[in-house]
Design a protein around this ligand. Structure first.
Ligand code: BGC
Length: 248
């Protein structure tokens, strides 16, 4: 496998990219951020990717990109929190055309999962690791003995008649002004359901809020060992680069 890659993290407010050292699991140069265009249609986003890539010297290698939706064979199949125009878009083909690079798209939580298992909080952990990202929505990654089982989409489990992420995402804590302990109650309900269904060896909790994990993780009452993610905002970029390097 290559030792250098490039990852792009496509988020609701910013598009961030950096070359990645695939042996260390870290950025190989400073990350660059460009505002996400509004509306964030696939074509508008593709232009930003081309602009972003043009600011770095190219080694011609593959580029990984995260997308907050279901991705199969480069085609985006869902768009819970992004422009609906993404549904049905062959993102691999569009981005490859727009950038002249070999682009591989991966679900954002799956990218974070790959990165955490290879380089972060779940390094060396065998069996089933479930990485969840708590942000605007809830993302999830299933990694079994280091191998990703993509598109698990556990943020959309139906729990108590609700789409789980509409009750327990980090954005909901802010919107509904929940205290940390009120939010932890919802997370307990959520993670208990997931552990009952899948009995993982380990949960890794990521997303921006994981930087403040001491405020809520100790209040989440579940059996499964649970640790905060360690790659923080590098997980998407590093995981995307890793995904592309192994898919190319
Ligand atoms: C989407 C997932 C995504 C997650 C986190 C969910 O609403 O369905 O694909 O991974 O949000 O962004």
């Amino acid at each position: 496998m290559r030792t250098r890659g490039f990852g792009i993290d496509f988020g609701g407010s910013g598009i961030k990219g950096a070359p990645v050292d695939l042996e260390q699991g870290d950025f190989a140069a400073e990350r660059l951020r460009i505002d996400t265009p509004d509306p964030s249609t696939p074509e508008a986003v593709a232009e930003v990717f081309a602009e972003l890539l043009s600011r770095f010297p190219s080694d011609g290698g593959p580029v990984g990109v995260t997308v907050p939706g279901v991705v199969r064979h480069g085609v985006v199949h869902s768009a819970a929190n992004i422009d609906k125009a993404w549904i049905g878009t062959d993102a691999d083909a569009l981005f490859t055309r727009a950038t002249g690079r070999d682009v591989h798209v991966v679900n954002d939580a799956d990218a974070a999962g790959l990165a955490e298992v290879r380089f972060g909080a779940a390094r060396g952990q065998g069996g089933l690791v479930i990485v969840t990202t708590l942000g605007t929505g809830i993302g999830s990654a299933f990694v079994y003995d280091g191998v990703l089982v993509p598109n698990s989409e556990l943020g959309h489990l139906q729990i108590d008649g609700h789409d789980a992420e509409s009750r327990a995402a980090a954005s909901i804590r802010e919107e509904e002004n929940l205290s940390w302990s009120e939010w932890a109650e919802r997370l307990t309900r959520y993670y208990r359901t997931v552990e009952m269904l899948f009995s993982p060896e380990l949960f890794v909790v990521g997303g921006g809020v994981s930087r403040r994990s001491e405020l809520f993780l100790p209040l989440v009452r579940i059996q499964t060992p649970t640790v905060p993610a360690t790659l923080e905002n590098r997980a998407g970029i590093v995981g995307a680069a890793l995904y592309a390097a192994t898919s190319a």
